[in-house]
Design a protein around this ligand. Structure first.
Ligand SMILES: *Cc1c(COP(=O)(O)O)cnc(C)c1O
Length: 403
């Protein structure tokens, strides 16, 4: 309390250093602030708004379902969920899935499923999961332990047991880390929060071989890479290896909170009635929207167009790197999950982009993520590149003035 009896803390828990911007509405790739200013949204709500804002197909699906039934609980069949699951089974390695409200919950299900699989097969001691440095798997107690980042673990008590970590891409270290208690490996095919670090396809194939050799389950966290973001429906399809379990969320709801834990029948063997649950997971509203997202992402030509757009965007970012080598150090990423490693702090870079009315998102390793909606058009791409160029020019000028 202050001397005036006013609380110092904001009514919303201040766990985010928020930009002083509030948006009133969105249109495709644009967000319009409450002061009327338009912003080109190349952050897409952290890879969530895959189909942009106010997408007519998604609005129709949500409002139609809203007029019928919102929620029934998982004590009854949910036809929209059965339909979505069947479509995702047909489109992926998976035989079955559990619906959640978020990425972290999808990962919680994946972690529990891997432990249950080993226990069911007579190896309850194999509850350890090996993860990779720089990982991000969510903010629950188990997923911060899986991510292993000190800044997220600090002060929250003993780290949940059973997560061992090795450097990203280090096969030798991984081989050493696999022990009698190891039951699974968990990796993001492209580390998003960690700084848009792409796992080499050979590395993912080596993980698959190691899992098969040692009786481990391979878990992919495609919460950020999934649902077309990588240019394929899922990034694993690029590497040509399938996991046993996969967590998805972000893009599948296009902005409606929904996630899923996909698995093979073999991996899901222990997950029988009563072993796991969620009150809201897979509710009719979420399922209606996710089915509508799939309608568009699975439409013929959609992913090819994402790939073409991504290639052009990456080329143009590479040209900006050549023009502004004092600002941009490296361009990385796959599909429309691109990252700029900069020579100025990424917080400064994101602010300079915002000055040009372009929204982008910071990540680890001093990277700024460029994550446009997958529907981004040629004119918006050109506008985005111009804005990034203008931000680089402004930052260069500042550097020159300081020198
Ligand atoms: C965002 C993210 C999560 C966590 O998802 P939430 O919906 O915030 O719980 C987990 N893994 C990856 C790779 C992510 O990008």
């Amino acid at each position: 309390m202050t001397a005036w009896g006013l609380p110092v803390i904001t009514p919303v828990l201040p766990t985010y250093a928020r930009a002083d911007l509030a948006f009133e509405r969105g249109e495709g790739c644009y967000l319009i602030a409450d002061n009327g200013q338009r912003y080109l949204d190349f952050g897409a709500g952290v890879a969530v708004n895959a189909l942009g804002h106010a997408n007519p197909g998604l609005i129709a699906a949500l409002t139609e379902q809203a007029g019928k039934v919102w929620h029934t609980s998982n004590l009854y069949r949910i036809p929209g969920g059965e339909k979505l699951a069947a479509r995702l089974v047909a489109a992926t390695f998976a035989d079955t899935m559990f619906f959640t409200n978020s990425g972290a919950e999808a990962l919680e299900c994946a972690i529990k499923m891997a432990r249950k699989y080993q226990s069911h097969n007579g190896h309850p001691e194999r509850f350890h999961i090996i993860t990779f440095e720089g990982a991000f798997h969510g903010r629950t107690l188990a997923t911060i332990a899986a991510g292993g980042q000190a800044k997220y673990l600090e002060g929250f008590g003993p780290k949940v047991e059973g997560f061992d970590q090795v450097p990203f891409g280090d096969l030798a270290a991984l081989k050493v880390a696999i022990g009698p208690e190891t039951g699974a490996l968990l990796i993001e095919p492209v580390q998003g929060e960690g700084g848009v670090r792409v796992a080499a396809p050979e590395f993912l194939r080596a993980l698959r071989a190691l899992c098969d050799e040692h009786g481990l389950l391979l878990i992919f966290d495609e919460v950020q890479t999934g649902v077309g973001r990588s240019g394929k429906l899922f990034a694993y399809q690029q590497a040509g290896v399938a996991p046993d379990i996969m967590a998805i969320a972000k893009g599948i709801g296009g902005g409606f909170p929904v996630g899923a834990c996909l698995a093979t029948e073999r991996a899901a063997v222990g997950m029988t009635a009563g072993t796991h649950g969620s009150t809201f997971g897979g509710n009719p509203l979420a399922m209606a929207v996710a089915n509508a997202v799939l309608d568009q992402v699975l439409a013929p030509g959609f992913l090819e167009r994402v790939q073409q757009t991504a290639l052009r965007l990456k080329q143009q970012l590479a040209m900006l790197k050549d023009t502004y080598p004092g600002i941009i150090e490296e361009v990385r990423g796959d599909g429309l999950l691109l990252g700029l490693k900069t020579r100025v702090p990424n917080t400064e870079f994101v602010a300079a982009l915002r000055d040009q009315h372009l929204l982008a998102i910071g990540a680890g390793d001093n990277v700024t993520r460029i994550l446009p909606p997958l529907i981004v058009g040629d004119a918006e791409l050109a506008e985005g590149i111009a804005a990034i160029g203008a931000a680089c020019a402004a930052l260069s000028k500042k550097q020159d003035a300081a020198a």
